[in-house]
Design a protein around this ligand. Structure first.
Ligand code: NGQ
Ligand code: ZN
Length: 458
């Protein structure tokens, strides 16, 4: 990251803490880009509303470049599965250079929207025919470079992907570039990537889904030394068809099966977990795992609705991801998490579970906690020892005029259409100043050339 660490004492009229807004909040950033206990003197005033940057717990960066290209009706009933065919066609055209250009642009957009950490669930590993690149981790390195260029911190989750369905069928031709024939091949990739770990790069593991990872492979991977540290992510129970296949082949629903066959704990992030019974909902909550919710993608793909109220009543952990990047905004994810529930229940203020509680404050706090947990890093709170990731809202925004500590967060989450995030610090460095990322012109120009070349190739 090119910007110097801001080793200053800083202050805000209101600072978001795990207990809510704190008036006249003070911060100090140390030379390593972490928050420090000692804020000396008055400090430099950042603005009225300062809050922690949001971790984005689920991203497939390449899909940003196809956002909006799958919204035209096909010959039959369009679904998640028809979208997936379009996505496979798009994935087939990528190479490491294109991936880096797309991801860097996306990561700039994420920072500007208020995400300061991204968990990249990465499975496009090989050349289009499935042959490894000369440097087998070339696609992963493209993502690492993109995150460095943008200045966002990265949890890279190389994905194990082996079969084309729950029945163990081989990969379809267009899935071959995602696959590892043996768990040992995957472990080599993991080891190569872990050599790059740093303060801004954590490497976890991921199982694509129960559809793509046979039981024996899952057991083998989870028993290795490499699987004993870092976050573990998996896509699960996103589609009704997947629940039905799992019931038919494994005799249990996906979340139920996973909870019965793996030691699911706070290291795990179950992405989507859309289709849950009441019993699965409370078991998942008790496991300590994070439910990785991606409301705008789940809406876009027609997935279904997560049982939010029951899960929060059971004290379940959650975070948000922008997944396919049909939208890149933590505000919109949290807004739609709540709105989906309102639309089906015909009630209001669902996420707020007690009288007087604020929906926005409840959701922002929960997603910070769960997002940090899923990222496997000390962030998500403006407290000593955590990474200095913070957002300064726009003091000049008319919307925030006459808002106090009781209403600022709900106005930010529900009413902000024009961007309200004015400055963004990640790891102690100012990445966005006055709504502009320090390298956005260059990164956008390269992105434009890249997607034009992809479109020309058809
Ligand atoms: C993915 N995306 O891996 O990109 C998936 C679709 C699949 C989402 N589930 C493919 N949103 O699940 O097989
Ligand atoms: Zn996904």
């Amino acid at each position: 990251m090119s910007q110097p660490v801001s080793q200053e004492s800083l202050r805000a009229d209101f600072l978001w803490t795990p207990e809510g807004w704190q008036a006249d909040g003070r911060l100090a950033v140390d030379a390593s880009g972490r928050l420090d206990g000692r804020a000396e003197g008055d400090g430099k005033r950042l603005g009225r509303w300062v809050l922690p940057g949001m971790p984005n717990l689920h991203s497939h960066a390449f899909q940003r470049a196809m956002a909006g290209l799958a919204e035209r009706r096909g010959p039959g009933n369009d679904s998640f599965w028809t979208w997936r065919e379009a996505m496979y066609g798009f994935a087939a055209a990528l190479d490491p250079e294109a991936l880096q250009a797309i991801a860097a642009q996306l990561y700039v957009e994420m920072l500007k929207a208020g995400y300061t950490q991204v968990c990249e669930f990465h499975y496009v590993h090989h050349q289009p025919d499935g042959t490894p690149y000369a440097q087998p981790e070339a696609m992963s390195l493209a993502l690492i470079e993109a995150a460095k260029e943008a200045g966002i911190a990265l949890t890279l989750l190389p994905v194990l992907y082996m079969t084309g369905g729950l029945d163990g069928r081989p990969l379809a031709p267009r899935q071959r570039r995602f696959g590892h024939a043996e768990v040992s091949d995957y472990l080599r990739l993991l080891e190569a990537l872990r050599a790059h770990e740093s303060a801004d790069l954590r490497v976890g593991i991921a199982l694509h889904s129960l559809r793509a990872v046979p039981e024996t492979a899952m057991r083998t991977l989870l028993a290795t030394g490499a699987a004993q540290t870092g976050p573990i992510h998996i896509h699960i129970a996103e589609q009704v068809g997947e629940v039905q296949d799992c019931l038919a082949v494994r005799g249990a629903r996906p979340v139920e099966w996973l909870l019965d066959h793996a030691e699911v704990d706070a290291r795990w992030c179950l992405v989507h977990a859309t289709h849950l019974t009441g019993h699965e909902t409370s078991r998942l909550a008790r496991s300590g795992a994070v439910a990785g919710l991606c409301p705008t993608t789940e809406a876009n793909l027609g997935d279904g609705l997560f049982p939010l109220a029951d899960y929060l009543d059971a004290a379940g952990a959650l975070g948000v991801g922008s997944d396919s990047h049909i939208s890149v905004s933590p505000v919109e994810e949290l807004r739609w998490l709540e709105y989906g529930q309102r639309l089906v229940t015909r009630h209001r203020n669902i996420a707020a579970r007690g009288e007087g509680a604020s929906v926005g404050e409840t959701l922002w706090a929960a997603a910070l906690r769960g997002g940090a947990q899923a990222a496997g890093l000390p962030l998500g709170a403006l407290e000593p020892g955590r990474r200095a990731d913070l957002l300064v809202l726009d003091d000049e925004a008319p919307l925030l005029a006459a808002r106090d500590a009781g209403s600022a967060m709900d106005s930010f989450l529900f009413a902000g259409n024009a961007p309200l995030v004015r400055h963004v610090m990640c790891g102690g460095r100012w990445m966005v100043r006055d709504f502009r990322h320090h390298d956005e012109e260059r990164i956008a120009a390269r992105y434009r050339a890249t997607v034009a070349a992809l479109a020309a190739r058809g």
